[in-house]
Design a protein around this ligand. Structure first.
Ligand code: KG4
Ligand code: ZN
Length: 345
């Protein structure tokens, strides 16, 4: 079973081809990505209308590219998957429209995938895939969640952010330091030369006892520090503030992940979403997990941020698990707001 997948929920057009034949973990045949970051950078964030228009331009050329790279043609495609939500509605509609019209033309079914389920399952495409059950730390630009995952489709929310997501905390702090959008990777790079002890920043909800997060206070604390440093901040202060910010975010994510493992008694941790590419987070999770005998799994670095591979993979795994009925109604009803816990609904 060959699945063609489209991702278009935000500022990346991703297309991929996955082989989900049999019952084994689906295999990635090829994938291609076009990032719109350069286009949105001038505006300091994603402009939804520009995002939709760019997805329209990219989706078919990328499809031709992945088919060529895999040595396949459209007639080899058995299912077309697309991101149904959550995300920007116009952007989602482009992927859904392209997937449904292509599938209708081919006489093949479509599967609408939950973007976060894609992120969650993305480590299954790595050289060291996890086994169920596990705790998942999902850290993207819009979400920060801890989940108990027993099998495909079974996602129990253990805790989440009550305000900003971890990626947002990275991005907003980076903006305050004058770094380009999206700031996470830029802030992480700047932090490499900084002293993480230089500024005392809050670790919100660190000792709350539950598995919820809060990052908006951290952003305010970074703003206060930046203001204290004055209009022209030295390169050293900038690097120190970046390092201190990163350390605060990472400490909370690691502590709560360990707490979730203790609470559930599970011995595997899966990390997914764009912030999962952060090296300090990986180092500190690896250290904390190895102290406790916990196995930790990550997506391949290039599959941490949005991509089509995770969408084709999630569709393939749902079909293998018998959780999707082949859909040939081609109703591209996207869900811009769609809690993962409502997947079955
Ligand atoms: O999962 P993703 O690509 O998109 C969403 O679904 O939101 O995540 C994007 C987020 C952005 O906030 C970006 O700054 C952050 O992931 N990010 C990072 C790193 N790479 C991406 N944050 C910290 N360190 C990184 N290396
Ligand atoms: Zn994402």
């Amino acid at each position: 079973m060959i699945v063609l997948g489209f991702e278009s929920s935000c500022d990346e057009t991703g297309v991929a081809l996955v082989d989900a034949s049999g019952t084994g973990v689906p295999r990635l045949l090829s994938h291609a990505l076009h990032s719109q970051i350069a286009m949105h950078q001038a505006y300091g964030g994603v402009v939804p209308e520009l995002a939709s228009r760019d997805h329209i331009r990219r989706v078919l050329p990328l499809t031709e590219q992945v088919l060529a790279d895999a040595g396949r043609s459209l007639k080899d495609v058995d299912v077309v998957a697309f991101t149904r939500g959550p995300g920007l509605s116009g952007a989602l509609l482009v992927g859904a429209g392209a997937a449904c019209s292509l599938a209708a033309a081919l006489g093949k079914p479509v599967v609408g995938v939950h973007h976060l389920e894609g992120h969650l399952l993305s480590p299954f495409l790595s050289a060291d895939p996890p086994e169920f059950a596990f705790v998942a730390l999902l850290v993207s630009g819009g979400h920060t969640q801890l989940m108990r995952v027993d099998r495909v489709g079974s996602y129990e929310l253990l805790g989440e952010t009550i305000d900003d997501a971890a990626g947002e905390a990275f991005d907003k702090s980076a903006k305050l330091l004058g770094l380009p959008y999206p700031g996470g990777p830029h802030l992480a790079r700047l932090a490499q030369g900084g002293d993480a002890q230089a500024f005392k920043l809050p670790r919100p909800l660190l000792h709350s006892g539950d598995l919820d997060f809060s990052f908006s206070g951290l952003k305010t604390a970074v703003l206060t520090q930046a203001k204290k440093l004055g209009a022209v901040i030295s390169e050293k202060d900038k690097a120190d503030l970046a390092a201190s910010t990163q350390a605060a975010i990472v400490e909370v994510l690691v502590k709560k992940s360990m707490q979730a493992l203790d609470q559930t008694g599970l011995t595997r941790l899966v990390v997914a979403g764009g912030v999962g590419a952060n090296m300090l987070l990986r180092e500190q999770l690896n250290a904390a997990c190895s102290r406790r005998g916990i196995r930790v799994h990550y997506p391949e670095l290039h599959l941490c941020t949005d991509n089509g591979a995770m969408i084709a993979l999630a569709a393939g795994m749902r079909l293998q698990a018998g959780m999707e009925a082949p859909n040939t109604a081609y109703l591209f009803d996207v869900k811009p707001r769609w809690p993962l816990g409502m997947l079955g609904a």
